[in-house]
Design a protein around this ligand. Structure first.
Ligand code: HEM
Length: 146
């Protein structure tokens, strides 16, 4: 994962990162320049800079992306994975170049924009009484227009 220059150069972020490392028992916290990720929990070298695989629900609304917010757009994320997902030494073997063409990248983007709660809610609403369902639909369409 590339560094986010806006975070690397922000002393508040460095201080918070070092404080978190200190309370996690990381002795060299004063010289820390990168987020150790899950390593702080397990103290296992293979977890150095490992981060949780996030859910993709509401992706259209949750920019910036990745643990450090380095990508502003979904296109940047797709490009990152298309090129193989970075060059970290602990990288998962599942991450390899995808060689997607322009259309495939567009389809992936269109799909990821569809992970919306509104649609999930609509599906779940079939369990409601008809009057509750119509009230929910009014609220949902009001939300969609804001
Ligand atoms: C075309 C394939 C893929 C797409 C489109 C994709 C999409 C995404 C997106 C949009 C995010 C950011 C989510 C957010 O910040 O809210 C993300 C993060 C992540 N993805 Fe993927 N992903 C792909 C493949 C993979 C694979 C194969 C793996 C693991 C083997 C993986 C592991 C992760 C991890 C660990 C993160 C969090 C990284 C961090 O926070 O720094 N992804 N992915």
């Amino acid at each position: 994962m590339p560094d986010n220059p806006a975070l690397v150069n922000d002393p508040r972020v460095t201080a918070t990162m070092r404080f978190t490392a200190k309370v996690s028992g990381y002795k060299e916290y004063r010289s820390l320049t990168e987020d150790p990720g899950r390593y702080l929990v397990t103290k296992d070298k293979k977890d150095w800079k490992a981060f949780k695989t996030p859910g993709l629900r509401e992706l259209a609304l949750t920019s910036p992306y990745m643990h450090n917010g380095v990508f502003e757009t979904i296109d940047e994320v797709i490009e990152f994975f298309n090129k193989g997902g970075g060059d970290d030494k602990n990288k998962s073997p599942l991450l390899a170049p995808l060689n997607l063409n322009k259309e495939e990248k567009q389809e992936l983007k269109a799909l990821s924009l569809k992970f919306r709660r509104r649609q999930l809610l609509k599906t779940n609403m079939y369990f409601l009484t008809s009057s509750a369902r119509s009230r929910c639909l009014i609220i949902l369409s009001a939300c969609a227009n804001t």
